[in-house]
Design a protein around this ligand. Structure first.
Ligand code: FAD
Ligand code: DHB
Length: 410
């Protein structure tokens, strides 16, 4: 068996694992990243696209912002649409200059994998039979198979960054974690289309036939979503049917609608809210989707993964620099405060903008009134704006050895 010794064993090379690995590298802390998929698979997965201001600042400060500066699309506002009318919410004006940036998760992951490979620190793709053990000891281990060889990573700590379906959370002994969960009675059908975005900001639409979302990835790629029944078979939707439904839900009375183009990717994602607490068991720390899932309406999933690992990096830095364990001890509480606020926001955005199968005519009218109030009240718009661009992270960039980058905008 091949034995590899490191300080932090990281399971999963999604945004959480890769960001943590690079943050630790910048603080002189060694790690090994173990990922069960192929490199190309990890990069090509089409997922989130909205980066909060704080996530943008973090990537810039970490020195991995070149792609983001080149191809990221800064949005100072967004639209809410209902009853055939679009209403703009000026995020920048309402938040003292903050904005969101549209930059695909797959680009973020590609940039971070490139950065990782430049550090020469280990990252194993296509690891088989990944397992973690000895979590309550001072020398926990990550075991896996790689190129036909048995490998064991011996470390001081393990970061479980292996997403919702990973093995780290289920490796915690029964009775330690409390799971909080809500499953929604719908999913999102998402497409990526070769069409120039017909508008330069996102449009969240509430329509009688259900929610729809207009987004983008680049000046030539439009990203669109439709509320559909949960577990809707994608085969049920021809490209023509998708476009027809998109147009029906999204077209506004002023004649705006998305541009049509060749659909290059389509899939259906179920929606749930989930939190496992605490986000730690002894020497195992859970981060990102391994610990919590939000419905995508608030665009928070990737951003929460980033804020978790900043908190974790601060704890590990204090441990290795000063032997101080207090920040590791407060890791779960600090993360969960922000996670629950993002949960609440994501649940609220989802409830406000979707049709529910069991709703009454009263509920429908109340939802319209919610949207009417929201788009007519500066107080309500300010609340949405400050949450959409991202609530503060309790740990400053300086606490993880970073300084704010000159190009970070805002
Ligand atoms: P992940 O990105 O899931 O990364 C976990 C990594 O661990 C993966 O690379 C996985 O292959 C690896 N892994 C899993 N099991 C093992 C194992 N046993 N051993 C080793 N490695 C393992 N958020 C939004 O904000 N907007 C969106 O539109 C949006 N769309 C999404 C669509 C889909 C289909 C999904 C699944 C998620 C979407 N999200 C979206 C959520 C967002 O993508 C996640 O919150 C984000 O990816 C979290 O990053 P993570 O690193 O915690 O987890
Ligand atoms: C995108 C995804 C989201 O979940 C969201 O709320 C906004 C945009 C996107 O993929 O572009």
């Amino acid at each position: 068996m091949r034995i590899v010794r490191t300080q932090v064993g990281i399971v999963g090379a999604g945004p959480a694992g890769l960001l943590l690995g690079h943050l630790l590298h910048l603080n002189g802390i060694d790690s090994v990243i173990v990922e069960n998929r192929r490199r190309e698979y990890v990069i090509d997965r089409v997922r989130a696209g909205v980066l909060e201001q704080g996530t943008v600042d973090l990537l810039q400060a970490m020195g991995v912002g070149a792609g983001l500066r080149r191809a990221g699309l800064r949005h100072d506002g967004l639209y809410l649409s209902f009853q055939g009318q679009r209403h703009r919410i000026n995020l920048a004006e309402l938040t003292g200059g903050k904005a969101i940036t549209v930059y695909g998760q797959n680009e973020v992951v590609r940039d971070l994998i490139d950065a990782r490979q430049q550090t020469q620190r280990p990252i194993y793709f296509e690891a088989g039979q990944v397992s973690v053990a000895a979590l309550a000891s001072s020398a926990p281990t990550v075991r896996f198979q790689h190129d036909g060889e048995e490998c064991e990573v011996r470390c001081d700590f393990i970061a479980g960054c292996d997403g919702f379906h990973g093995i780290c959370r289920p490796s915690v002994p029964d009775g330690v974690l409390t799971n909080y969960e809500r499953v929604y009675p719908f999913g999102w059908l998402g497409i990526l289309a070769e069409a120039a975005p017909s508008l330069d900001e996102l449009v969240y639409t509430y329509h009688e036939r259900g929610f729809a979302l207009f987004s983008m990835r680049s000046p030539t790629l439009t990203r669109l979503y439709l509320q559909v029944p949960p577990d809707e078979p994608i085969e049920r939707w021809s490209d023509d049917a998708i476009w027809q439904e998109m147009m029906t839900r999204m077209s506004t009375r002023d004649g705006w609608k998305p541009n049509v183009g060749h659909i290059v990717q389509k899939s259906v994602t179920p929606m749930r809210s989930f939190v496992a607490a605490p986000m730690r068991y002894e020497r195992l720390f859970l981060a990102g989707d391994a610990a919590h899932i939000v419905p995508p309406t608030g665009a928070k999933g990737l951003n929460l993964a980033a804020s978790d690992v900043v908190v974790l990096a601060r704890g590990l830095r204090a441990f290795y620099d000063d032997g101080d364990t207090s920040f590791l001890d407060s890791y779960s509480d600090v993360c969960l405060r922000r996670v629950w606020k993002a949960q609440r926001f994501s649940w609220w955005m989802t409830s406000t903008l979707h049709r529910f199968p069991d709703e009454t005519a009263f509920d429908h009218q109340r939802q319209i009134a919610d949207l009417d109030y929201l788009t007519g009240s500066r107080a309500a718009m300010t609340s949405l704006a400050e949450q959409y661009v991202g609530l503060p992270v309790e740990v400053a960039l300086e606490d993880v050895g970073l300084t704010r980058h000159l190009h970070s905008g805002a």
